[in-house]
Design a protein around this ligand. Sequence first.
Ligand SMILES: Cc1cc2nc3c(=O)[nH]c(=O)nc-3n(C[C@H](O)[C@H](O)[C@H](O)COP(=O)(O)O)c2cc1C
Length: 220
Amino acid sequence: MKTILYITSSVRSFKEEETQHQSITRLLGERFLEQFRSRYHDVEIIHRNLSIDPPSFLTQEFIAAAFEKAELTPEQKAVLKMSDQYIEEIKQANIIVIASPMYNYGMPAVLKAWFDKVIRVNKTFSFDLARGDEPLEPILSGKSLVLLASWGEFNFRKGENKYHLNHLSSHIEQLAPYLGAEQFFEIASEYQEFSDDRHRASKLSALTQVKELANNLASI
Ligand SMILES: Cc1cc2nc3c(=O)[nH]c(=O)nc-3n(C[C@H](O)[C@H](O)[C@H](O)COP(=O)(O)O)c2cc1C
């Protein structure tokens, strides 16, 4: 059996029967899951819809509980409960699919809040000054991370002239090892704000790539 953790973060919804104002990242996500399921039947999907059920922001109490070395109090356990749950979902996953829009050149706040709750000392990374200037080390391993992105402008891909403005892809790729991801894949649809032929072509191309990637990951 394979488990896919599916993280969605767009404020837009996606419904098969509607044509207006639909989330492109959710469309890409749905098509990925559909294709994967058609190739690999024994799959469990854990869906975290962060825009419907957003993680709370970090607090002083959370940090104190996360770094606590003594036995946790019932209050501290309660503060860490959702973080524990999110981390458990990551541990179970073979593949993590993050469907994320670009908002203000980065990831949506709800997704950043989720990362802040799952990148946690002695859970997803260890910290040891004996390692010198590189004290952090990921704990989890063996997973693949798929980022399904969409943005309104264009040329934000690696090697293109506006990649340096894209703080969504580079940020998630940098965090990937802390989710245990040893492989990082990205598929993006561009030009959403232009609603023109370039947008239609880009979306179609993204959908084709999604299908291919789902087939490849289902055959491993
Ligand atoms: C709040 C907000 C901020 C956005 N910021 C950017 C941006 O900085 N750069 C960009 O190219 N597109 C930006 N966009 C456009 C979205 O990335 C685009 O609409 C994308 O398709 C959203 O993903 P979704 O279709 O899954 O909702 C923004 C959209 C919204 C709603």
